[in-house]
Design a protein around this ligand. Structure first.
Ligand SMILES: C[S@@+](CC[C@H](N)C(=O)[O-])C[C@H]1O[C@@H](n2cnc3c(N)ncnc32)[C@H](O)[C@@H]1O
Length: 368
């Protein structure tokens, strides 16, 4: 999201079915129309150089060379990062213009909060590592082939990138951190809700436990279950021990699509449905429905996704949908009417939709 995007108001738009569209940006098309054709295309294609620059910033280790309140000259940074001084000076000048660096009264460079977020091991370092990994890049480069064949070209016949991630633990760890950083922003809003009617929460495909950790920390009466793929659970356990919450989470290595779902008052599917096609999701939702029936009529299902806006409007879901298309055989973002329909086919009904940060929405469902 550019600074311009952040500054724009993001009003809600009603679609003809009455379903609420979250945080749509009705100004995006107008903004592009205000540019010349050449400017508009150039702006879109320029995104690749911004990504290359962030990757270079991370690879050079510039963020790791500066403490939070520390400033260094361009030549000092060139020496530390073993870079050619003139090139480094131009590069730092560009990153300053992008808001990754700031300067002091002597023209020395320091890190902004954006720069700090790119330190090795940090959340945005991990996000960048995943997005610039050969697999993600290949998926994007082959989008046209994917659109022609109907199957993600980069997956070597797999249905999702998860088996490929499992074979590359370094990249898989970065993926968990990437997901965790995105989920952290949502978790605070979700944790602020009332959990008075719930005792056991089950997070299916709960990643490294970031969301559960926020909920358990805010609501001491809760216990929980997290189901993940076997190659992820060791990392989940490690993170939950770090957060002092291991005793309150039962971690199950399992398959959320084929194993029965344990009974829980609240079942959470956060960024799960958008990885899969409808038939696969219907298996998962039917499992969840059975578990809700066992728990009782108060049981709820929370779904966190980025609903697509009405046609012609741009939000985060639009780019995410293309990402899903390029990396998951059945992956797709859906409109609110599509979610209502999917849930209804699984014998569930959406009873509430609330906006969450970054164009996400919380859909609350119960057994129909
Ligand atoms: C997009 S991530 C979302 C992670 C987490 N829910 C969040 O919101 O941050 C999808 C998760 O589903 C997990 N997953 C994929 N297939 C699974 C399966 N068959 N059984 C259990 N988990 C699965 C992945 O390992 C991954 O952590």
């Amino acid at each position: 999201m550019s600074v311009d995007d952040r500054d724009m108001p993001a009003p809600s738009v009603e679609d003809p079915t009455g379903a609420r569209q979250i945080d749509a940006d009705p100004f995006a098309a107008a903004r592009l129309q205000a540019l010349t054709t050449q400017e508009a295309i150039q702006q879109m294609t320029g995104a690749d150089m911004r990504q290359h620059a962030l990757k270079a910033f991370s690879t050079l280790g510039i963020a790791d060379s500066l403490d939070d309140d520390e400033f260094r000259t361009s030549d000092e940074l060139a020496e530390i990062c073993q870079a050619e001084p003139q090139m480094m000076a131009r590069f730092l000048y560009a990153m300053h213009a992008r808001g990754v660096l700031t300067t002091d009264e002597h023209g020395r460079y320091g890190l902004t909060s954006l720069g700090q977020a790119l330190r090795s091991g940090g959340a945005m370092w991990a996000a960048l590592g995943v997005i610039t990994s050969p697999l993600w890049q290949q998926a994007g480069d082959n989008l046209a082939a994917t659109i022609c064949t109907g199957h993600p070209h980069a997956l070597n016949g797999e249905e999702t990138p998860y088996p490929l991630l499992a074979a590359h633990p370094g990249l898989a760890g970065m993926f968990d951190t990437f997901m965790s950083s995105r989920t952290t922003g949502l978790a605070a809003t979700l944790a602020a809700r009332s959990f008075a009617g719930f005792r056991t929460v089950a997070d299916l495909g709960g990643g490294d436990g970031t969301l559960l950790a926020a909920l358990l920390t805010a609501h001491e009466h809760l216990d929980s279950i997290l189901i993940e793929q076997a190659d992820v659970t060791a990392r989940t356990e490690h993170r939950l021990i770090e957060r002092g919450l291991a005793g309150r989470v039962e971690i199950i290595a399992g398959d959320i699509f084929n194993d029965p779902c344990p009974a829980a008052d609240l079942i959470i599917l956060s960024s799960i449905l958008h990885n899969w096609d409808d038939p696969t999701n219907l298996r998962l939702l039917s499992n969840a429905r059975q578990a809700m029936l066992s728990a009782g009529p108060h049981a709820k299902l929370w779904i966190v996704e980025v609903p697509l806006p009405v046609p012609g409007i741009h939000n985060h879901g639009i780019d995410l949908d293309l990402r899903m298309m390029s990396l998951f055989a059945g992956g797709q973002e859906r409109t609110m009417p599509q979610y209502y329909d999917l849930l209804a086919r699984a014998g569930l009904k959406i009873i509430d939709v609330s906006p969450l940060p970054s164009d996400h929405a919380l859909m609350i469902a119960m057994v129909n």
